[in-house]
Design a protein around this ligand. Sequence first.
Ligand SMILES: *[C@@H]1O[C@H](CO)[C@@H](O)[C@H](O)[C@H]1NC(C)=O
Ligand SMILES: *[C@@H]1O[C@H](CO)[C@@H](O)[C@H](O)[C@H]1NC(C)=O
Ligand SMILES: *[C@@H]1O[C@H](CO)[C@@H](O)[C@H](O)[C@H]1NC(C)=O
Ligand SMILES: *[C@@H]1O[C@H](CO)[C@@H](O)[C@H](O)[C@H]1NC(C)=O
Ligand SMILES: CC(=O)N[C@H]1CO[C@H](CO)[C@@H](O)[C@@H]1O
Length: 838
Amino acid sequence: MTAYTLLLVLTVFALPRVGRAGTQRDRDSLPRGSSIAVEDHASDVLVSPNGAFACGFHAVSTTVFTFSVWFARSAVADRAVVWSAAASPNARRVVLHSQGSRLALDGRRGALVLTDYDGEVVWNSTAADGAARARLRDTGSLAVEDARGAVLWQSFDHPTDTLLPAQSVGANGLVSSGRLLAPGHYGFRFSDYAMLSLVYDDGGGGGQVSSIYWPNPYFSYWQNSRKIYNFTRQAGFDSSGHFLASDNATFDAADLGAAGVTRRLTLDTDGNLRMYSLDARGETWSVSWMAFPNPCIIHGVCGANAVCLYTPSPSCVCAPGHDRADRSDWSRGCRPTFGNSAGVARDQVKFLELPHTDFWGFDLNNSEFLSLDACQAQCVGEPSCVVFQYKQGKGECYPKSLMFNGRTFPGLPGSAYIKVPADFDVPAVNVHQWQTDGISGLATQLEDIARCQGGAGLPPEFLLNVSSTARASSSQRKSLWFYFYGFLSAFLVIEVFVVAFGCWLFSKKGILSRPSELLAVEEGYRMITSHFRAYTYSELQRATRKFRTEIGHGGSGIVYKGVLDDERTVAVKVLQDVSQSEEVFQAELSAIGRIYHMNLVRMWGFCSEGVHRILVYEYVENGSLANVLFQSSGKLLGWKQRFNIALGVAKGLAYLHNECLEWIIHCDMKPENILLDDEMEPKITDFGLAKLLNRDGSDSGLSRIRGTRGYMAPEWVSSLPITEKVDVYSYGVVLLELMKGRRVSDWVVDGAQGLETDVRAVVKMIVDRSKLDDAGWVLDLVDERLDGQFNHVQAKMIAQLAISCLEEDRNKRPGMKNVVQMLISADDESRGHQYPDI
Ligand SMILES: *[C@@H]1O[C@H](CO)[C@@H](O)[C@H](O)[C@H]1NC(C)=O
Ligand SMILES: *[C@@H]1O[C@H](CO)[C@@H](O)[C@H](O)[C@H]1NC(C)=O
Ligand SMILES: *[C@@H]1O[C@H](CO)[C@@H](O)[C@H](O)[C@H]1NC(C)=O
Ligand SMILES: *[C@@H]1O[C@H](CO)[C@@H](O)[C@H](O)[C@H]1NC(C)=O
Ligand SMILES: CC(=O)N[C@H]1CO[C@H](CO)[C@@H](O)[C@@H]1O
């Protein structure tokens, strides 16, 4: 009896211990009915029998995970992820919480199932009755196998952005990764007629713009040595580094045949397809083949109304008469600074010539043997024509409906002629100071590019003629550069694709230290953080001329205006009361530095030297919403602008709450923290600082009571946990103020005392009035200064939305995503952009 009890006790205690010991050893398979927990991500991974690949929860940040396969030998910080779970190649990678997420080989259905912290199934593989285990194979494929080892499902059939030897491109092909785990704009797949292609897809699923940029779209398939209509659609590379597709597409790695080299083929974030080889030490990846040494060839790199030029490294510039649509994202291109030129009468337009420039696609029509005048007449006569391309010689004429895929480099035949209103003044041409550097740097840079290309057999038209460019006569050069800098300097929009184009990866140090050894540029995060850097205190002192121009101050610090050495205007915020060490401070900031959204103020960098803790933000032209809205001197915001601000702020918050990697709660939403750019587009600032400004010095996350009285949700003063719904509440207050043009605390409500009760009293008053009559109450809520010029339907909707945001019970408040949807649905009739939203 005792012996039996002892045995039982022993068994009970021994079992879990054996189990845990088992998981700490690397294993290559997961039996049916068992699972892996995200908490064990460091110890519990599947490793392929040859030790080359690992599979498990991959930490994207401290709070966000994906379920992925990666090269086991690459260091954690530099992990080359080859596959991640995603619902489809065109869907965002499945994003998982750092707690409670699990991967299981479901006992009942025989499918791999990923569940998030709340037990919700977020991804699954196809169910298979005979499934016995999931196994990571030597090839890097995660497979669900039956008892005899036959494959029932495998990750190789669902590639994300990377192809491994022995894997085929497959029906869906590869999709580049975009920002923050979302799919990017680029695809590597078979076209409708079974030609393997690199394709640019405009987002939004509608595929309004979809264009092939590899193989050379100016050539026919046979000129590209391709075959079409072989519907086996197979493509892949073997262990020697030789790539072959069923349409005869073929290329070889520079280290072709080298034994035992680990390789991968990745469609990078920048739309370039690169083959990478791992060095013998298994530490660094170098590029052994790439589709384009010249990234200007890649479609969509500069967005609409912009041109990609090669001076001395690939850069985007707006076409003359255009200005950046989004200062931090070139793919959004530029928009006209003049009214729409289309539709203006025949004698009211003129054309600006851009020599050696081409915009690919969007041809309205094409003809040959036309004179320049005849071609111009076609574009004048066609309202939708915005530009035409003309080539002397054969007299080729291409009127176009959109300036997209623009590029310019010496030797490109033909000119583009942009249609602008006749009275439009082209900004004066002044020569940019780095002109001379540009010219002397050109030859060496181009040679670097040529070296990076690794000797693979590229069609000659993809390469600039290095020698002839370098030897061009000085007079030719002068006119060329004069023209380039004409447009460069006018708009100050020089942005080098430092990271996008692997060759310049080391250029932060000034020189390309090892031009042939490139780091893997896989993540896209790198790309986002590439502009984010540490500044020295003296740099910022110089930029702000010893902190001379104060433009604002708040609870977190004083803000000064400054101009950096690269001529970017910035807002420099000197923080007070930061108690963290330099490391913690920098770690927090690098998370904020990754955040990118057009409705969030972009942080360009920071300074953390000695006692100084300084943040460098983009400068936003029109100051805070509070200034514009509440000060009588501010200019009056029209209804449409107010609506747009409401929508923009909602989008920014929704992004912080739902989409960005760290799931940030702002904690201090108020009109002071909403800035307006030159187009009155709102940008939220001061987000992510809640953790930095930990005034009581505790490290327990958020210190209690942050925020500003009058905007604070009731949970701040109760003991309830703080969730993102505190921002929804504050947003509700902002909505009311945006409508009324006055602080809620200034609304006269009988019997109210104290700011928190003000808001309650106002809400109660609105609700009571709306029950009494259903017409007049909205009118009362709208700024009298608008003089009745507002959209009644939108106003009513915003009022109702504000009230639901101001619910005392946080569970009754809508999420910011829903708020955005509601606003967008009310925005329907005011659609109709002047320029395509690309
Ligand atoms: C296939 O490609 C090779 C090398 O690019 C070329 O020589 C050959 O002519 C191509 N075959 C066809 C049928 O296009
Ligand atoms: C189609 O491609 C496959 C695989 O590359 C090849 O074996 C086959 O011969 C091709 N078919 C034709 C008709 O060319
Ligand atoms: C192109 O458009 C012009 C004017 O719109 C027209 O006269 C011409 O015939 C068109 N050419 C072709 C090839 O369609
Ligand atoms: C490159 O330049 C050389 C020398 O100027 C010239 O002979 C050659 O034809 C050029 N090649 C191309 C592809 O333009
Ligand atoms: C919850 C979920 O993602 N279910 C999916 C499981 O997989 C099948 C196809 O394999 C999908 O149809 C389900 O939607």
